[in-house]
Design a protein around this ligand. Sequence first.
Ligand SMILES: Nc1nc2c(c(=O)[nH]1)N[C@H]1C(S)=C(S)[C@@H](COP(=O)(O)OP(=O)(O)OC[C@H]3O[C@@H](n4cnc5c(=O)[nH]c(N)nc54)[C@H](O)[C@@H]3O)O[C@H]1N2
Ligand SMILES: Nc1nc2c(c(=O)[nH]1)N[C@H]1C(S)=C(S)[C@@H](COP(=O)(O)OP(=O)(O)OC[C@H]3O[C@@H](n4cnc5c(=O)[nH]c(N)nc54)[C@H](O)[C@@H]3O)O[C@H]1N2
Ligand code: SF4
Ligand code: SF4
Ligand code: SF4
Ligand SMILES: [Mo]
Length: 886
Amino acid sequence: MVDVTIDGKVYSVDETISLLEILQSLKLEIPTFCRDERSEEKLGICGMCAVSIDGTVTKSCKTKPAEGMVVNTAAPEVIENRKKLLQKYIDNHHVNCLVCEKAGHCKLQEYCFKYGIDKTIPNSLDLLPIDDSNPFFKIDPNKCIGCGKCAQICRNLQCNHALKLKNTNGKMHTWANKAENINSSPCVSCGNCVSQCPTAGLLPKYKNSFRHWETTTVKTTCGYCGIGCQINFEVKDNTIVESHPVLVKPNLGLLCVKGKFGFSYINHPDRLTHPLIKENGVFRKASWDEAFNLITTKLKETTKVYGSEAIGAFSSGKCTNEENYLFQKFFRGVLKTNNVDHCSRLCHSSSSAALGKTLGYGAMSNSVHEGFDSKVILISGENIRETHPVLGAKVKHAVQNGAKLIVIDVRDIDLSEIAQVFLKINPGTDIALVNAVINVIISEELYDKEYVSNNTIGFEALKESVKDYTPEYAEKICGILKKDIIEAARIYSSDVATTYLGMGNTQHINGSDNVTALSNLALICGNIGKERGGVNPLRGQNNAQGACDMGAFPDIYPGYQKVDDLEVKEKMEKFWNVENLSPLSGITVVEMINKIAKNEMKFLYVMGENPLMTDPNLHHVRSAIKNLDLLVVQDIFLTETAQMADVVLPASCFAEKEGTFTNTGRRIQRVRQVVTPPGEVKIDLDIILELMKRMGYNQENKTPETIFNELCEITPLYNGFTYPLIENEGVQWPLVDGKGTEFLYQDLKDLKKKFSLIPVELTNSVEVINDEYPYYFTSGRVLYQYHTRSMSGRVDGLNEKCPEAYAEMNSKLLEEISKKDGDMVTIKSRRGEITVKIKLREGIKDGLIFVPFHFSNALVNDLTESEFLEPVSKTPEYKICPVKLI
Ligand SMILES: Nc1nc2c(c(=O)[nH]1)N[C@H]1C(S)=C(S)[C@@H](COP(=O)(O)OP(=O)(O)OC[C@H]3O[C@@H](n4cnc5c(=O)[nH]c(N)nc54)[C@H](O)[C@@H]3O)O[C@H]1N2
Ligand SMILES: Nc1nc2c(c(=O)[nH]1)N[C@H]1C(S)=C(S)[C@@H](COP(=O)(O)OP(=O)(O)OC[C@H]3O[C@@H](n4cnc5c(=O)[nH]c(N)nc54)[C@H](O)[C@@H]3O)O[C@H]1N2
Ligand code: SF4
Ligand code: SF4
Ligand code: SF4
Ligand SMILES: [Mo]
């Protein structure tokens, strides 16, 4: 610490950080254009932060405090310098604030006003061409002041290197880096540069024109993926007109393209606005009363004729905790069935099952924001830059700052190029690889012996089980070089390592074992219970974690309390004031479809899912659904599933309701009403409340907040949470002494039981390739589309970026089938076929075909099978399916 005099007062300050940071921490107003406090870079380009230091006007961002330094932040020469700089900027600027969309939200305008810069000469600039190529924003060099903040953000925080400063005729301005325009650069349209541009140099292409002083701001949580980014939406006339990232955890001021620009579906004309009832195969508009009557009549009839086990319900990873809680309470408490499940079944239920066994909690052990400072990162089966983009940015930031990265995938993903080791694996063979990595770590004695003996059980059995998984053996099975396996083992064990895993692990016949193997690896290296360590299944939907926590599963009540535990049953009966809760586990998503196919389930209620695109083996799903007496779909659009329904209930989207989502990092965050819903749309919560009432249940708590209080009382993981606690910033469960838990198992000494090392063997998928079906087919996601496109498919820019389905194959495979990039190919499995355009992707494994599952004209799940499920979690084998190519 050193003593510095600032504006006449002496302060003892940290001499290792810049003077600018100190001045800002003292809440002194220091103007800046180029500084971004999240970035390690200190550009020092704009010059606005200059203050008088020992009598000389000097940039404060470039100066470190020194003993005895005298600083004056508002000396006349400081003000004079700011004025001069502003005048220089303005002289070279296309000043047209009268019509400029940035007016009212522009730092240049604000500073000019503040410092009285009124000499704006009539603008006779030769205007430079604007880059209008990107669907979401434009680059206007004439409005750019050349501060370089955007390029810094792109380089240092988004880590895309898509922008640079360019000198055109003496004017410095931002421009696409190494590309003709921004749309042909590596830009991913995250808009993180746009959000921070101090002027209109980078400007969103607004759909609705507005002035900044006409809007109100509402903070809420993103409704797309499980990262749970915090967003400030700007609203005018009940329409969201702009989105800004909030500088809090988990996203720390970053967004991806969907959070930043993907909101126009909310007031899309296709939104469902009133209930629909199907009569003679045709929908007609119905009143809520008619719809409710039909549903309750059928519910009573079904229970009477077939019993409550003939009722099934899909809850939703898109809906709030309050809605998921109430939904399962309705089906369990009122209708007496545990047949409640949701899309996590198709997703990370294998992770929950495996980690529940090995560690204790089935969730991410660490936090999203920890990604920023990781030392060693292992990413397996998780296309993090596209599917969890804000975390992907943090991971790339860590790698740019020296973290070591290991990627395991069947394709080259955005990060594999910068990985120390990229293990391009044969699909479904991960267990052999991870066991081999463990084998090397044990035989080279690179594991944490003390940690293993203090905190784990089962080491000897694990050691024995991996003995045969030598790198040579794994090389043959996984198609990865032995030396790469050894290198991965050495890198992984070299420092605290964090693991991110995804669908490439879980959507296999051995999904749980895949996750167990990764957990074994983390444990022997002592990575559990450490900051920036852990095993982290990245939850997909915005509230997948919450839906699981709320008991939207057939075998558990909220908080993972088992339905077949009679003590729990008694407790729930008392708490809900009901009798005869079913002590039998219900059945899962795919099992429900199978039961419907056998005519044993007659009523299905689907809230916020689109199984007629996302469930495996759609031929089977489509024919099964016809057996139902009543299919109710509660959605925001007339989806593929809604079209098959007997009753469609128009629901509200995330921006139209109050509540909470729990992000992938266990952070419970507020969801706030930004706009009012269209037409006769009801909030999901109110729909369930009304049905409960009509079925004779008196639900006392009726507002989102009182329902939250109710669910927190009965859900151990949520004990102690309240809306006021999470008002400003989300908090991670569980609460310990009133504080959230950033990473789990912090107090290893306090563990109730040791972590389990559980040996796992590679098992093969049941359907394998043969002469008739010689290739493997897989599917997954892309950055610009979200699942069944009900939302992302109604955002023009996202469709422009990713308009259609395609089949990725490498040139070796193309040669084999005598086709070329751009040709059409028919992909045929034992169940169905799709025809799509070929897209050459050199980095995909030989003999493998990847198609995104987002498009309804290329129904990937017409190919997949639903017969052989992962035995523990009942997850379908989406990631491997033998096909032929025609
Ligand atoms: N843009 C966008 N973001 C999303 C979603 C979306 O639809 N669009 N969906 C959300 C949801 S619900 C989820 S669950 C997450 C999913 O996020 P991810 O898990 O990243 O999703 P996927 O694209 O299905 O698959 C991930 C990777 O697994 C690889 N893979 C396939 N087979 C194997 C294998 O056998 N071994 C290994 N090691 N890798 C393999 C694939 O090549 C792919 O790169 O994304 C969430 N985020
Ligand atoms: N082939 C293949 N199939 C897969 C996968 C794969 O990798 N490959 N991945 C699987 C995985 S991991 C997942 S998570 C599933 C996803 O499967 P789904 O959950 O079926 O997919 P979504 O399109 O997200 O469906 C969510 C629905 O909720 C609606 N919705 C949005 N907000 C709200 C709301 O607030 N209230 C209500 N009532 N409705 C709302 C949307 O319009 C949409 O129709 O797909 C699975 N299927
Ligand atoms: S960028 Fe700012 S200063 Fe320039 S015209 Fe727009 S509002 Fe005015
Ligand atoms: S939108 Fe994102 S990727 Fe594109 S230039 Fe800006 S920061 Fe870089
Ligand atoms: S990373 Fe996920 S939560 Fe964040 S803006 Fe993108 S879609 Fe939304
Ligand atoms: Mo998912």
